[in-house]
Design a protein around this ligand. Structure first.
Ligand SMILES: NC(=O)c1ccc[n+]([C@@H]2O[C@H](COP(=O)([O-])OP(=O)(O)OC[C@H]3O[C@@H](n4cnc5c(N)ncnc54)[C@H](OP(=O)(O)O)[C@@H]3O)[C@@H](O)[C@H]2O)c1
Length: 328
């Protein structure tokens, strides 16, 4: 049985990666912290490896001892109270892990990056989409930290790596897009800005499937954008969810200039304690970006990728889960 390590296993994407690896009969090691919740890691076949990515000696000792056949490095921060957290967790930690793999490299090291590493495609020409050959232009620290790790990996010719850049991931256990669904459930349909965005999404089970496909494939030293191949406006997302939730809503739009002003103010006020506010200018830059379309051709060619879930099916399954769990 091949051994696979999934880091960040306790999180939303990580817990689905663990399930997918178990489904493929791999011997799964869930990389977690001492403090991590194991709520979604209940399958008794799952083994645990407590990791501290800041401890280089311990990492080295663990990697030498376990000699994993495959590693999916999924641990990361998508939203952090301090900007330096992005650099520490999304760049320094994966770098420490790759250094610990000297002399015991797995057959594949899969890094979960993000579309944000490239930044959005053109907001002027909405037929444009992100392509591998484009020059990456990340617009926030999160994207910059992911890109830095991609560039670090590109310099490691001896490590058979693959980079996965998912679009917005949604599904059961997810907490950010969920807040939008929860508001709809409470009869509030709120949008920021008035301009149509071209957003891209991937259902978490489809993502997990293609990440494991890529990890087990012969392909190395390559990067793939992942979405369901469609694009949606913010109103499409609302309409699909509303059709499932089936509650009347009060629709309102908050002007982007107002959100930008509040974010600016919150950043100024938060400077003293070194913390970055939940609403900040980095988030506003994402809200301002109109075009997140990306090229799926390499993924289709190399992995024969075809999503199993439409947005309607994915949101229906997610909302069913949120209701069952009492989240809404
Ligand atoms: N969600 C999306 O839409 C999306 C889109 C593109 C890419 N991604 C990428 O997918 C990966 C997973 O994201 P997610 O949405 O599943 O986020 P999540 O639910 O917040 O999970 C993050 C995971 O990383 C672990 N982690 C965070 N900080 C850590 C640290 N300092 N040391 C060790 N482990 C740490 C967390 O462990 P604890 O449970 O102990 O905190 C958790 O297991 C990330 O790399 C993210 O950048 C996500």
């Amino acid at each position: 049985m091949k051994k696979i390590l999934v880091t960040g296993a306790s999180g939303f994407v990580g817990s689905f990666l663990v399930e997918e690896c178990l489904r493929r009969n791999l011997q799964v090691y869930a990389g977690v912290r001492k403090t991590s919740s194991r709520k979604y890691l209940q399958d008794e076949r799952t083994r645990f490896l407590e990791m501290d990515f800041s401890d280089k000696n311990l990492l080295k000792e663990q990697m030498q001892r376990e000699r994993f056949d495959y590693i999916i490095h999924n641990a990361g921060v998508v939203s952090a109270p301090k900007l330096e957290d992005y650099w520490r967790v999304n760049f320094e930690y994966p770098k420490n892990l790759t250094e610990a793999l000297a002399g015991c490299a797995p057959a594949k090291f899969t890094f979960i990056s993000s579309l944000a590493a490239y930044g959005p495609a053109s907001s002027e020409d909405l037929t444009d989409f992100l392509k591998e050959e484009d020059t990456p232009k990340p617009i926030n620290t999160y994207g910059k930290s992911k890109l830095a790790t991609e560039q670090h990996l590109a310099g490691l010719q001896d490590l058979p790596y693959i980079i996965i850049r998912p679009a917005g991931v949604y599904g059961p256990r997810e907490q950010e897009i969920f807040t939008f669904f929860k508001l709809l459930d409470r009869h509030m349909e709120g949008y920021i800005g008035f301009r149509r965005q071209h957003l891209t999404f991937i259902y978490v089970k489809d993502l997990a499937r293609v990440v494991v496909d890529a990890t087990l494939s012969q392909h190395t030293h390559k990067a793939y954008f992942v979405s369901d191949g469609q694009y949606y406006s913010q109103w499409d997302l609302g309409k699909v969810a509303k059709d499932i939730i089936k509650k009347p809503t009060l629709r309102f739009h908050v002007p982007l200039t107002l959100v930008r002003a509040v974010a600016w103010l919150m950043e100024r006020m938060g400077k003293g304690d070194g913390k970055y506010p939940a609403l900040n200018l980095e988030k506003v830059r994402i809200l301002e970006s109109l075009n997140w379309k990306c090229d799926l051709q390499p993924l289709k060619e190399d992995m024969n990728f075809k999503p199993e879930y439409t947005l309607e099916q994915g949101i229906a399954e997610a909302i069913q889960w949120y209701k069952k769990e009492g989240w809404m």
